[in-house]
Every structure is written in structure tokens, then in C-alpha cells.
Write a protein that binds this ligand. Sequence first.
Ligand code: IPE
Ligand code: IPE
Ligand code: MG
Length: 250
Amino acid sequence: MQLKPQEEEILQQLDRRRIPAHLAIIMDGNGRWARERGLPRSVGHRQGVETVRQTVRFCDYLGLKALTLFAFSTENWSRPAAEIDFLMGLPEQYLQTELPELVKNNVRVNLLGDPERLPAQVQKAIDEGLSATKKNSGMALNFALNYGARAEIIRAVQALAGDLQRGKIELPIDEKLFDSYLDTAGLPDPDLLIRTGGEYRISNFLLWQVAYSELWFTPVYWPDFNRQHLLRAIADFQQRERRYGRISPK
Ligand code: IPE
Ligand code: IPE
Ligand code: MG
């Protein structure tokens, strides 16, 4: 990958053994990016897809084990129908152009969120992405679509209660068992959570899984988010001491 000199410089300073294994991103600010340019919100979303392409490639290059992108929340159904329609066309467009490269790069596509409410063409595109990459063992690329953490937790509780009733599992229920019922089953918790777009909130994303994630907020709108921003976030992450309740050994 051809990097710019400034990017090379930050990359050289990183500890390559301490790249976050799992990065989660709340991709926010597409609408405001467009509005500031006097353009319709859809142009911001389209540009946001370009950032997704670049980010996925770069995370794979950096050797991340998992990248989770918040693309559409359970709350986003409250937006105008035309915007929802536009957004629902994007997964298909993205996968159409990127799937061959994802397959080649050994990336495995996953869906977080309830597929039921997604339009048929989105379900179909995602299913194709899932089946084309299911044998891949490289980076897990998780798209959170129609995802809400509370809805995910409730779905997990329902599935777990059903399995208890049928005698498939036994009490007691511990964290590990509960974890295996979440959409993120089998994935490590995010080490780093990035939110672009200047808001300081979680907006119902991965509430269970971010219990001990490092958080990084930036005012940069998602369409403007680039490799240098990502490298800076990782550099900042590497300066942090993850104490998990313990005291510092230093
Ligand atoms: C993020 O950008 C994309 C989605 C939530 C789908 P927004 O559309 O929320 O952009 P802003 O926050 O209005 O700028
Ligand atoms: C969060 O962004 C959801 C996604 C990035 C998909 P929003 O723009 O929907 O968040 P709020 O409503 O400002 O909290
Ligand atoms: Mg927003």
C-alpha cells in the first residue's frame, strides 16, 4: 500500500504488536458534511461509502482481527423514507464492487443486527457477502445494520430462554454463555471505539461489548475521516494504560 510521508511517519512510531485487535467505529457526520457544502445528505452518505472502502483496506493492511462499522441503527428508521431508501441501497453497492477484493484478501463479512426488518435486496446482498466469505480466516468485517444494542440484548435473552426451556443449556448463566448469544459471538470485545462527527455518545451501539473499550472521539465528519486520523487514534490508544480496575504497576 502506497502511504503518504505523514502517514508513514505515524506508522513507524506505532508498536505493530499493539494494534487494536478489534476496532469499532460509529460512522457519523455524513449529513453535516453534505450540508456544509450545500449538497443533499445523500452525497454525504455516498462519500461515506468511499471512506468505508478506504478504511476497510487500511485496517486489513494494518493487521486488525476485526473491524465493526455502525452503518444503520434501529433508531435510524425514524429518518425520512427517502433517506432510508437511499441508505438501504448502499450495502449492495458497496459489496458489488468490493466483494472480489474482500474474498481475495481473506476478509470475512458478518452482519450485526436483526436482518428481518431489512429490505429483501439488502438481505440478499448481505447473504451473498456472508456466503462468499464464510470460509475466510482473515479480518472479520462486521456491518451493524438495523442494529441496536438493546434489541440485540433482548434477542439474546429470548434465544437463551428458549434454549433453557428446551433443555439445550443449563443454569447458571454466566457472562461467557450470555456472550455466545450476542450477534458478536466469537469476536473479541472492541479494544478501541471511534466516533466521528463530534458527538460524545454511544447511540445504542455495542453496549455490552464496549464495557472496557478505549473511546476516541473526533469532530472530523465520516466522509473526511482518513488514514492519518485512524493512525492518530491508534497512536493515542497505544499511549493508554488499560487497567481493568487494577492499579498501575508503574
Ligand atoms: C452517519 O451520518 C450515517 C448514518 C447514521 C446512517 P449521519 O447521517 O448521521 O450524519 P449527521 O449526523 O446528520 O451529520
Ligand atoms: C449513530 O449515528 C448511528 C450510526 C452511525 C449508524 P446517528 O446519527 O444515528 O446518532 P444520533 O441519533 O445522533 O445519536
Ligand atoms: Mg448522525
